[in-house]
Write a protein that binds this ligand. Structure first.
Ligand code: FES
Length: 102
């Protein structure tokens, strides 16, 4: 059963950036993009590399290790060497808090 978890304040994530967040052992990236807030799994699917230090370009996250890219909104791998999509999580904003459905 999934539930909405209070993850962080909207002000904790700079624009065009992400933070790493962990809930019950699940490592999650929460992004602030011009399209809004999104959440995906934190680890790159190419190798076990955290995306935390990756670069957010519009609605794409670029892995800091080999430059694989993922669509932040859909989790889809859009650039080699990444070929496996990220898991995505629903996000909602209430007041100044970000909730992630897990
Ligand atoms: S570990 Fe992310 S692209 Fe290789």
């Amino acid at each position: 059963m999934s539930s909405w978890i209070d993850a962080c304040a909207t002000t904790e994530i700079d624009e065009e950036d992400l933070i790493s967040w962990e809930h019950e052992g699940q490592k999650i990236a929460i992004y602030n993009t011009e399209e809004g807030f999104f959440a995906t799994s934190l680890m790159c699917t190419h190798e076990e590399q955290s995306l935390e230090d990756g670069m957010v370009i519009d609605c794409v996250i670029e892995c800091p290790l080999h430059g694989g890219r993922f669509d932040i909104c859909t989790g889809k791998a859009v650039s080699a060497p990444a070929t496996v999509d990220l898991v995505t999580y629903p996000v909602k904003v209430e007041g100044d808090r970000i909730f992630v459905q897990i």
